[in-house]
Design a protein around this ligand. Structure first.
Ligand code: NIG
Ligand code: FE
Length: 410
């Protein structure tokens, strides 16, 4: 049978195939799709004929991008807090005063499923326009059983736009009504939220930090999630060192995220257990924070991924290409590390080795970008020119989803 779609004569393709050297880069390549799968990949001269042919000449081809860390479902605005932080108030002090995450919780609890979905859909469509085909989305602004479940249901509804990986984050903050009795809130997560939310989620995450959950509480929650078959993740060592990165790695977490304050013990445990470091330079920039120790992570052989951390407070960043450039400038990643971090390693952070590369056994997602005017068709051009890139064409599960910059309905 003829392939349904051929993306032909791609100026320069980066397959990110784990078996290929470097980024699997080659000029003048074609990729064919059939029945939702990648059916052929090779030099354009040998390409099969297909029912529909898209011209990729002059374009840069990459696997569909993967964002491994977002909080893309929320209601309300925190632009007032942005002004307060610019005037010198700290993120932690605002949270301790009932703002920050807790202010988004109040607005999200009041929002209907439809209102949450409308805003989240627009955000995810924006992410997709930059070439993302997989977006991880966390709950964590409900902090009660019904709202946590509503957030995950909304995230699931967006899977007609991108591939959504859903993460339950009931342990994001202690809600105001449990301030005097945090143990009762942990109990609610374990006995009410988890049973309701686990069937709606792929992963479980905890925010273990000053003002949020202790190491002991975080581990109880992760262990309960593990028993229900969820993939483990953690917001780790961001504001204060807690030891969660090492403990979560030992428990089998696929990623630990943030890591501004990780130490050698944590890094050694991540290397031993092949836990991915998800770096979030948007939060680092907005909180004017220190950089995670990228050189030590690299020397220890820890895989690094990068994410937008898209959220209404610490990282209102809607563009993975902005994040790639910031990861290089602020955190010291190389261009190749940034590209790996927004593709294959981001897939591994989600426990999905089929995401973020192109070849036999990968998902059938391909993103094509034009180099900035006057620039060569290389990823170095894309990363140097911050955030200017939208997908010219985008294929997800073998279907053309963006053509000539225009979104196609499915
Ligand atoms: O990843 N650090 C904790 N959680 C989020 C912040 C969410 C928010 O500020 O609303 C983060 O940065
Ligand atoms: Fe986060």
């Amino acid at each position: 049978m003829k392939p349904s779609l051929l993306v032909h004569r791609i100026g320069r393709l980066y397959t990110l195939d784990p078996d290929a050297p470097d980024l699997g880069e080659a000029p003048n390549m074609s990729v064919a799709f059939e029945d939702g799968e990648l059916s052929w990949i090779g030099p354009s001269a040998h390409a099969p004929s297909a029912e529909q042919v898209i011209d990729g000449s002059g374009l840069i081809g990459l696997p569909g991008l993967v964002d491994p860390h977002t909080h893309a479902v929320w209601a309300g605005s925190r632009s007032d807090e942005f002004a307060r932080r610019l005037a010198g108030e700290s993120y932690s002090a605002i949270l301790e005063g009932g703002g920050g995450i807790l202010s988004t919780v109040r607005a999200t609890r009041e929002a209907s499923r439809e209102a949450l979905a409308a805003d989240a859909r627009a955000r995810v469509a924006g992410l997709r326009s930059h070439g993302l085909t997989t977006v991880e989305i966390k709950s964590g602004y409900g902090l009660d059983p019904a709202t946590e479940a509503r957030m995950l249901a909304v995230a699931g509804d967006l899977s007609d736009t991108v591939r959504v990986v859903r993460t339950f984050l009931g342990a994001h903050a202690i809600p105001a009504e449990f301030r005097g009795d945090r143990e009762a809130y942990v109990e609610q997560i374990l006995t009410e939220q988890l049973p309701l939310c686990a069937p709606l989620a792929d992963c479980i995450d905890v925010y273990c930090d000053r003002g949020s959950f202790t190491l002991d509480e975080s581990l109880r929650i992760l262990e309960a999630g593990k028993a229900l078959g969820l993939t483990l993740r953690a917001h780790a060592e961001q504001v204060e060192y807690t030891g969660i990165a090492a403990a979560a790695a030992e428990l089998g977490a696929t990623s630990v995220d943030h890591l501004e304050r990780i130490d050698h013990e944590g890094i050694a445990a991540m290397a031993t257990h092949d836990t991915v470091a998800v770096l979030l330079p948007g939060a680092q920039l907005y909180l004017k924070d220190a950089s995670p120790p990228v050189e030590t992570l690299r020397e220890a052989g820890v895989r690094m991924a990068i994410g937008t951390d898209l959220n209404p407070g610490s990282s209102p960043v809607h563009n993975p290409w902005t994040i790639a450039t910031l990861a290089c400038i602020l955190q010291g990643l190389t261009i190749d590390e940034a590209i790996l971090g927004m593709t294959r390693n981001a897939g591994l952070a989600l426990g999905r080795p089929d995401l973020g590369w192109l070849g036999p056994g990968s998902v059938a997602d391909l993103a094509l970008f034009a180099p900035p005017p006057g620039e060569p068709d290389t990823v170095a051009s894309l990363v140097q020119h911050m955030g200017a890139h939208r997908a010219v064409h985008l294929v997800m599960d073998g279907q053309l989803r963006i053509e000539d910059g225009r979104s196609l309905s499915v």
